[in-house]
Design a binder for this molecule. Structure first.
Ligand code: NAD
Ligand code: LMR
Length: 328
């Protein structure tokens, strides 16, 4: 039997937490032979509902769940963590952009970044989900600089999955026929779902879906605005699909990527594709099971370059908005 890995999850009593925790505890994330210890972090006011979440997890008798720690103390919560899934933060309401949350949520990631650097395992990897996730990740990374910059991620996998679903529906195929969907830039209404490099059954999307008007307009907008559409319909932001996005994100990092394919995650730019180094930007990535790399050399049309420039510019504006939260 393998030794348990420690997985810290913030906002564990929230909506995404409720969908995500059983996926982790049942082995859907780290594999059917990998025991896990859950370290559940909440604000003091949410410790009571968290108690209920812990009771339910215990009542599932998950064979792989070795221990649960529930706490409002960041040092305790992140102690020895191999993974830190930073979900805890306030979701937006209808009519808001995600960056409107920076004033409320940004500061959360100062202490969390520092506590991860101080307490987590030396191999810790961090996935930020709480919005606006790219810039929250930038804040956490810069307040936890003892953790190397290639261990910090923000989630755009939900956008990739949404794009696949939209393309599959338009082409009349199952979403598993869609591959190579890169999300570029920010998890926001400026994100760019790159249909020019995407494939359906191994063929370029543009040769299968010839409605260029739809690809350049309705498709892009539908992915950019999907989160808002869900809030409008549900009165609450996405949770089940977001939790599934976290599962896919982690698995895409720790499992080898299928030959010829790639996935999307926001990570610290190394200057690839001319995107300023240090920005937490979504790129197409491939993993060999232990190392993740940005896919190089994808052709980008002027249309794509313009869309990428716009979303990267928004990331720079967000960085400016939180400059006091980022140490020099
Ligand atoms: P929720 O309100 O249901 O739950 C959030 C939880 O976080 C609450 O239990 C709250 O007590 C807790 N929390 C708040 N501040 C905290 C802190 N400092 N430390 C620990 N816990 C804290 O919200 P939700 O639906 O679970 O969404 C959580 C976040 O995820 C939101 O910011 C939402 O916008 C974001 N989100 C991101 C994506 C993405 O694709 N990146 C997708 C969906 C939702
Ligand atoms: C989403 O994309 O569903 C989340 O980021 C929640 C939101 O605010 O849209």
């Amino acid at each position: 039997m393998k030794a348990p890995i420690k997985v810290a999850v913030t906002g564990a009593a929230g909506q995404i937490g409720y969908s995500l925790l059983p996926r982790i505890a049942s082995g859907s994330v780290f594999g059917p032979d990998q025991p896990v210890e859950l370290r559940l972090i909440e604000i003091p006011n949410a410790l009571k509902p968290l108690e209920g979440v812990v009771m339910e997890l215990n009542d599932c008798s998950f064979p792989l769940l070795s221990n649960i720690v529930a706490t409002a103390d960041l040092d305790e919560g992140f102690s020895g963590a191999n993974w830190a899934l930073l979900v805890g933060s306030v979701p937006r309401k209808a009519g808001m952009e995600r960056k409107d949350l920076l004033g409320i949520n940004g500061k959360i990631f100062i202490s969390q970044g520092a506590a991860i650097a101080k307490n987590a395992a030396s191999d810790v990897r961090v996935v930020v989900v709480g919005n606006p996730c790219n810039t929250n990740c930038l804040i956490a990374m810069n307040n936890g600089r003892d953790v190397p910059s290639d261990r910090w991620f923000a989630m755009t996998r939900l956008d990739e999955n949404r794009a696949k679903s939209q393309l599959a529906t338009k082409a009349g195929v199952h979403s598993t026929a869609v591959s190579n969907v890169a999300i570029w830039g920010n998890h926001s209404s400026t994100l760019y779902p790159d249909f020019e490099n995407a494939k359906i059954n191994g063929k370029p999307v543009t040769s299968v879906i010839t409605d260029t008007q739809w690809l350049e307009n309705d498709f892009i907008k539908s992915v950019q605005l999907r989160g808002a559409a869900i809030i409008e319909a549900r009165g609450l932001s996405s949770a089940k699909s977001a939790a599934h996005g976290v599962v896919d994100t982690v698995r895409s990092i720790i499992e080898p990527t299928a030959a010829g394919d790639f996935h999307s995650v926001a990570l610290c730019s190394d200057g690839s594709y001319g995107i300023e180094a240090g920005l937490i930007t979504s790129f197409p990535v491939r993993s060999n099971g232990s190392k993740l790399e940005i896919v190089q050399g994808l052709p980008l049309s002027d249309f794509s370059k313009g869309k990428i420039e716009a979303t990267v510019n928004e990331l720079k504006q967000e960085r400016e908005m939180v400059k006091e939260l980022i140490p020099a």
